[in-house]
Design a protein around this ligand. Sequence first.
Ligand code: HEC
Ligand code: HEC
Ligand code: HEC
Ligand code: HEC
Length: 364
Amino acid sequence: MAAPLALGVPLRAEPETHAVEPTAACVSCHGLRGEGRSALDAPRIGGLDAAYVERQLMGWRLGHRDGGVDGVGDAMAALARGLRDDEAVKALAVAVSKQQPPALPPTPAVKGGAEAYTPCAACHGAAAEGVAALHGPALRDQDPAYLRLQLQAFRDGQRGTHPEDTYGQQMAALAAGLDDATIDLLVAHIGALRPPLPEPEPVAITASREEGLAAFADIHAVSTHPRCMNCHPAGDAPLQTDASTPHIMGITRFSPQQGQHCSTCHAVAPVGDGQAPLPPADSLWNMPPAEMGFQGRTAAELCAQLTDPTVNGYRTPTDLAAHVEEDHLLITSWRSGRTPPPLSHPELVERFRTWAAAGAPCPE
Ligand code: HEC
Ligand code: HEC
Ligand code: HEC
Ligand code: HEC
């Protein structure tokens, strides 16, 4: 196979994706919904205020914001520097602000948290929902590990030091006196400020347990087929071909940290010399978190995993059926020109609906 052309070349956002959706290179770390990937230290960005997102991207371009604590954001900073121009940054920021990651449930309340958070409320909101007028971003749905790193970065002079970084400087002044214990307390309290999740719509049970279990047996067969499992492996490397061998060139879920974005090769147009084997041509191609792996799961294990909101992206069984019906990545399983899964796409959607309508029963 010829070496894909884009390798080693500083990555530029693809122009055609600017206006409508976050550029392909963002999804391999932040996910299609901007939900973030904690294994890559990539925070949740979907739904953040557009002006805040724009300021961060410009901060990396202008050198106000660096790679963060231990350089976890070096690849992020490099990407932002590679964006075409200010207009591209603006459009990207708007697209990110429109993404809708799942709502998260509140974490348990912590003693002393409310007192510690009092000085923060003016700029970040009483419920940490963000105060756009004062440029304070929303904090409550953010990954706690990320919040901790940012507070330490502001305190330790790694963020908010540049003379032109007016808003970052405000925050740095606030973080100056915080010790690690107070930071932990603040971070724990911020998660507790999330509003409770709405009660899921009651599901009308219209299918029997037997019908639900039969549908789940088919769901298991499809999920563990190479077309699904290759993106949902048990380990860190995506798998390839019908033999589900580890991905060539040592690609893993961590490769984007070295600038090896999935979209570098899985581009819209064929890369390299256009000869087979071509990677599936889809620039939004990315990997789910490790806990969503399907490889080697028994039917009972897969069912437990798909019905656990903390693992399945906070989806009800009905939401899962909708994901299976609409998800762009999943649908590529029938369009890659390779052996398709054992059911058609409409049949799989029907199995998920039947399983949900039976109350999502799990095999023993
Ligand atoms: C290599 C993985 C990776 C890729 C690809 C990536 N990011 Fe990031 N992003 C990160 C990491 C890690 C951080 C946190 C940096 C830090 O801790 O300072 C981050 C932070 C951010 C933030 C700041 C969030 C906040 O709350 O301040 C924004 C906004 C962002 N990324 C947008 C994007 C956009 C838009 C793209 C596509 C052009 C992108 N990222 C691509 C890893 C990535
Ligand atoms: C004077 C207003 C102000 C106060 C008070 C304030 N902040 Fe901030 N904070 C900001 C601004 C503005 C930013 C965004 C800086 C930028 O644009 O880079 C910020 C950013 C942050 C971030 C980074 C968020 C991200 O997504 O990267 C965290 C975390 C944070 N603040 C936590 C706190 C906590 C906790 C307190 C209370 C101890 C606090 N802030 C008090 C204005 C404030
Ligand atoms: C260096 C180029 C390159 C990069 C980077 C890359 N891939 Fe691939 N990928 C390929 C090639 C080439 C194939 C096709 C090989 C074959 O099956 O014949 C492929 C195939 C795959 C397949 C197999 C599809 C199937 O159904 O058989 C998956 C899954 C996959 N890649 C996931 C990813 C993910 C996720 C990323 C980012 C973490 C990624 N790849 C990054 C080149 C790349
Ligand atoms: C290109 C890689 C890719 C392929 C191919 C793929 N998925 Fe996924 N899948 C993902 C990603 C990324 C997520 C996480 C995104 C999210 O939660 O919104 C995900 C999430 C899911 C979820 C919801 C979360 C959970 O509990 O696991 C289900 C269900 C799912 N995929 C089923 C399938 C099925 C069935 C197939 C095959 C027909 C398939 N996927 C093929 C990438 C892929």
